[in-house]
Design a protein around this ligand. Structure first.
Ligand SMILES: NC(=O)c1ccc[n+]([C@@H]2O[C@H](COP(=O)([O-])OP(=O)(O)OC[C@H]3O[C@@H](n4cnc5c(N)ncnc54)[C@H](OP(=O)(O)O)[C@@H]3O)[C@@H](O)[C@H]2O)c1
Length: 278
């Protein structure tokens, strides 16, 4: 698996499996299928309520822990130094491991500076190999970077062909923070899997729209975590390293960028309230 070196030297797989909206009852089966397909990076979160399923699948796989790259996220209700530290211990227990590979702040709300300090401590104590943030838009990202001891290694953001995060990437480059995409296939919105541009480029390489979209991001050095509960789709999403998009095709795909989210507006007070109540 191709990897990307984070700003602390840790090698992170460029492709992983995400379990957002995977039913806790189905999670162990899904992660077992994903491991069988070849995925070794798994992205979960306290707020997905399926960390136990991820932990069980990894344990039962019989594959050594250090072959996996495990990502989880601290939720808003656990924000603040003390609560976050306690929640990290709970996540480790649920995941049946002594450490995770990457720990993220899930949302830039609540006492996220306190959460970050707890994550810095977990990092120093060897409970996580890297730390970072999620949904930190340029303003909050720059603010955070100016006031923390350890610069975030990763910022996980909605990133797909329609939202390429060009402005944010300029700021992230200054701190050598790696972009990790959530919803790399836009969760199927905008008739994603039937998009004419993605399909016609795919025809040239005998690949699907999903494979073109994922390949595009990895060629742009973006880490991707596609989700599917179907094993054949997990396999399809995994088979993106046996072709390379040409310069012209990359330029065409770059031009699909609309520069805005398909799902969220972190500057909308109603949205912020709904996330806090989640
Ligand atoms: N923290 C957050 O709030 C957050 C938010 C979004 C995403 N994420 C992370 O990013 C991961 C991926 O994002 P996402 O789950 O929102 O969306 P996504 O990976 O962009 O798309 C998933 C959707 O596409 C379908 N699908 C997957 N592969 C397909 C294929 N090859 N052909 C056709 N349909 C396909 C899936 O359906 P089936 O499952 O039925 O196959 C599912 O409906 C998440 O699982 C999570 O780890 C985090």
């Amino acid at each position: 698996m191709q990897t990307i070196k984070l700003n602390n030297g840790v090698e992170m797989p460029i492709l992983g499996y995400g379990v957002f909206l995977v039913d806790p009852k189905e999670c162990e089966r899904c992660v077992t299928d994903a491991i069988d397909v070849g995925y070794r990076m798994i992205d979960t979160a306290q707020a997905y309520y399926n960390e136990e399923g991820v932990g069980a699948a990894i344990k039962k796989s019989g594959i050594k822990r250090d072959e996996f790259f495990l990502v989880t996220k601290v939720w808003i209700t656990n924000s603040g130094e003390e609560k976050a530290a306690k929640s990290i211990e709970e996540s480790l227990k649920k995941l049946q491991t002594d450490y995770v590979d990457l720990l993220l702040i899930h949302q830039p709300f609540g006492d996220y500076y306190g959460t970050y300090r707890a994550m810095e401590k977990a990092y120093k104590d060897g409970k996580t190999r890297a730390i970072g943030v999620r949904n930190f838009f340029p303003d909050r990202f720059v603010d955070l970077c100016n006031f923390v001891e350890i610069k975030p290694m990763v910022n996980q953001m909605e990133t797909h062909v329609f939202q390429q995060e060009k402005t944010l990437r300029e700021y992230m480059d200054k701190y050598n923070t790696q972009l990790m995409s959530w919803s790399p296939m836009a969760r199927g919105e905008n008739n994603f899997f039937n998009n004419e541009v993605l399909k016609s480029i795919g025809d040239k390489y005998n690949k699907t729209a999903a494979q073109v979209a994922l390949r595009f991001l990895t060629q742009e050095n973006v880490i991707v975590i596609p989700k599917s509960t179907h094993k054949e789709r997990m396999k399809e999403n995994f088979e993106i390293f046996d072709f390379e998009l040409s310069k012209d095709d990359m330029a065409t795909l770059r031009s699909l960028d609309k520069g805005e989210s398909l799902f969220i507006n972190h500057y909308d007070p109603e949205f912020v309230q709904s996330i806090i109540n989640y």
